[in-house]
Design a protein around this ligand. Structure first.
Ligand code: AHR
Length: 677
């Protein structure tokens, strides 16, 4: 039995309650949202081999090879070192063609394939120069004679073919040509490639740049872009952007997560070198075992926020990195504080400021709206307990320059009482992170009911029910929904929250590429060609779309309980776990429209009748809208091959009144929309 009490006004629901969190993990951007199709486009992903690149030789009579040439490696000959374009583009790929028997070239395998779609135009570009080999130096007295090498003549000038083709090279999906000039200088070449209308979609394709003439060919910054969301240059995948838009997130927390911090102090998110033309972005190490191209740079994060109509929530590096190094508060931390102030200025300073002017020069004169800045990430891992001092140094500087900003502490009092910030002003907002299984979510769904209303507000900056991989299953969605109901019922205290991680490239390891993901249990899955939302994704959508502006106090009676299975820990400690509710509920109302949103979760595999009483309501329209997400088994899930197995359905119900009964489906999340005007 549920009673919704309209006689006393409930607390206001934070308008920022539901947002999203993002970072470069699981190939979220490179090989994910960021639409670039060429993997390892500046050849820095692996210093010892040109990862994702291979040699193409159509006929056996050719004699060719490919080789990385890194300007930064002092132990290689000058001739191999002198090909840097600038400080960012220091490694290039050399295609050496001694003899060409037909086509010879370089191929890129993309991020687990190149997506081919019918009637689609791709923008290809690359830096290229040709040359011949330098004769070996003359022997010096007393030095060994250098080995004799055939001198390769420079026949490179002329047409260069650019294709998107099947991996065996037999089918060409799109082709174009550029004309390589006879010049020793780097030049950027560009060409558009368009697929035919009858091409069948596939990701078993590669990108090839080829020649039929001997010589040395040097490549750098090789890029291939398909159409992007709103056709923004250097933009995002339309399907993934649309999925985010559909979640109606109020904010986007970026750039991490661990990705903000980096493994070492030198690996933090380098926002400055992620700005400007791609030519000036060297990329960086990343935090999840692969290099980041930084095509998704600070400005791109902000533009992405604009595209999905979400407010940026900026995480600034706070002098602590993942492998445990930190910089104590004081003079050594000062440059990092300055760096954060500059970063904030880039985001929200007007064009009269130094960094605001840079942003304007980068194409966005208008400042972005910024209200929330998070200082660091998960600083409870810092065993030296230096966060108190670091947080205060950052906070004081940020508040002095930008008093309108809200600074978020990454250490929550309730989670880490021994490490919480105690000196200085009490932090206004505390970030709590919860990664749990469904039982733990159900067990803790009421945790915020008991929080102190006079303390700091809560930002649940990362959370997820971790069941199913690589994307979560229905049971996880039931855990999520119960947890969100707990946040929603306490949406006066929990002012912001965001699920994590958001994205996963679902490819497993192949002969030429490693497994694409590092974190099991993610919200949205994709490969090069298609994407899908997990059941949890649809819960996010339902909760964010159907939300009132204040809480309707709701009480339940006769709520069925579930016996929680013993965990290994329970057995060791000889404990009997407490039973958990099997049904969860919360209601909110939009005062303007008069719509009441009653959310209910049934975690049982049987139907549950719920008697609803609307107490103190002057009017309720007898027909209501009901949205239900359900499945047959808790393990049910969505995937690339079955993207819509578990999705919400919407229907109308009649005979709604001050008292009515709704039978909840087994394993279901229900949103009832009642009209009261
Ligand atoms: O969301 C995955 C990781 O979990 C985040 O990078 C980190 O902040 C947390 O530990």
């Amino acid at each position: 039995t549920l009673t919704l009490d309209f006689t006393k006004p409930g607390a206001a629901v934070s308008p920022m309650l539901y947002g999203l969190m993002t970072e470069e993990i699981n190939h979220s951007y490179d090989g994910g949202l960021y639409a670039e199709l060429i993997r390892n486009r500046i050849f820095k992903d692996n210093p010892t081999s040109p990862e994702a690149w291979s040699l193409v030789q159509d006929n056996t009579g050719s004699n060719a090879s490919i080789q990385l040439m890194a300007a930064t490696q002092d132990n290689v000959p000058y001739d191999e070192r002198r090909h840097a374009i600038n400080e960012a583009l220091t490694t290039c790929l050399r295609l050496t063609v001694e003899k060409a028997d037909g086509r010879v070239g370089i191929a890129n395998a993309g991020y687990w394939g190149i997506p081919v779609k019918p009637a689609t135009t791709y923008q290809a570009s690359f830096y290229l120069k040709g040359g011949g080999s330098v004769p070996p130096p003359r022997p010096r007295p007393g030095q060994p004679t250098p080995p004799a090498k055939p001198v390769i003549e420079d026949n490179t000038a002329g047409p260069i073919q650019v294709t998107i083709e099947s991996n065996d090279g037999k089918t060409v999906y799109a082709t174009g040509t550029v004309n390589l000039e006879k010049s020793i200088f780097w030049k950027k070449y560009q060409v558009t490639l368009t697929t035919g209308a009858s091409v069948k979609p596939t990701k078993d394709a590669r990108f090839v740049v080829s020649t039929t003439r001997p010589g040395l060919y040097y490549f750098n910054l090789v890029s291939l872009f398909p159409p992007t969301y709103n056709n923004r240059p250097n933009g995002n995948r339309p399907d993934l952007t649309q999925m985010m838009l559909d979640m109606k997130p109020k904010f986007l927390r970026f750039p991490g997560g661990n990705y903000l911090e980096g493994p070492l102090l030198t690996d933090a998110f380098p926002w400055k070198t992620t700005l400007g033309p791609l030519e000036s972005r060297p990329g960086h190490r990343g935090s999840w075992g692969y290099r980041a191209s930084d095509g998704m740079g600070l400005l791109e994060f902000l533009l992405w926020c604009e595209e999905i109509k979400a407010e940026p929530l900026l995480g600034v590096y706070a002098g602590y990195s993942l492998q445990g190094d930190h910089i104590d508060a004081g003079p050594l931390l000062k440059p990092h504080v300055e760096d954060a102030l500059n970063e904030i200025e880039y985001v929200m300073g007007d064009a009269s400021t130094y960094w605001g002017a840079k942003r304007a020069a980068d194409g966005h004169p208008a400042p972005f709206k910024l209200r929330y800045v998070e200082i660091g990430n998960e600083d409870w891992f810092d065993r030296s307990n230096s966060y108190d001092g670091r947080f205060n140094q950052f906070r004081e500087a940020i508040e002095a320059k930008y008093p309108q900003l809200h600074c978020i502490s990454t250490i929550a009092d309730a989670q880490f009482p021994a490490q919480k910030v105690t000196s200085g002003k009490k932090p206004e907002l505390l970030d709590e992170h919860y990664y749990r299984n469904a039982w733990d979510m159900w067990q803790n769904a009421a945790q915020y009911d008991a929080y102190d209303r006079n303390g700091p507000k809560i930002f649940v900056g990362e959370w997820a029910t971790r069941e199913g991989l690589p994307t979560t299953n229905l049971n996880a969605a039931l855990g999520d929904a119960a947890w969100m109901i707990g946040m929603e019922r306490n949406a006066d205290l929990v002012v912001m929250s965001c699920y994590a991680p958001l994205f996963v490239n679902v490819n497993t390891a192949t002969a030429t590429a490693p497994k694409a993901w590092q974190w099991d249990s993610d919200l949205i899955g994709y490969d090069a060609l298609t994407s899908y939302g997990s059941p949890s994704y649809y819960v996010q959508k339902m909760f964010s779309e159907y939300l009132g502006d204040h809480i309707v106090p709701t009480t339940g009676a006769s709520i069925p309980l579930r016996k929680r299975p013993l965990t290994r820990r329970d057995s060791v400690e000889g404990k009997t776990p407490a039973p958990v509710p099997a049904l969860f509920y919360a209601a909110t109302k939009n005062d303007q429209t008069g719509t009441v949103y009653l959310k209910m979760v049934n975690t049982l595999g049987t139907k549950q009748p719920v008697d609803v009483t609307l107490q103190g309501l002057a009017k309720v329209v007898s027909s209501a809208t009901v949205v239900v997400l359900k499945g047959v088994k808790p393990e049910d899930t969505n995937s690339i091959t079955e993207p819509k197995k578990i999705i919400p359905t919407t229907s109308k119900i009649k005979r709604v009144g001050p008292h009515f009964t709704r039978v909840l489906d087994p394993y279901s999340v229900t949103v009832l929309q009642l009209q009261t005007k």
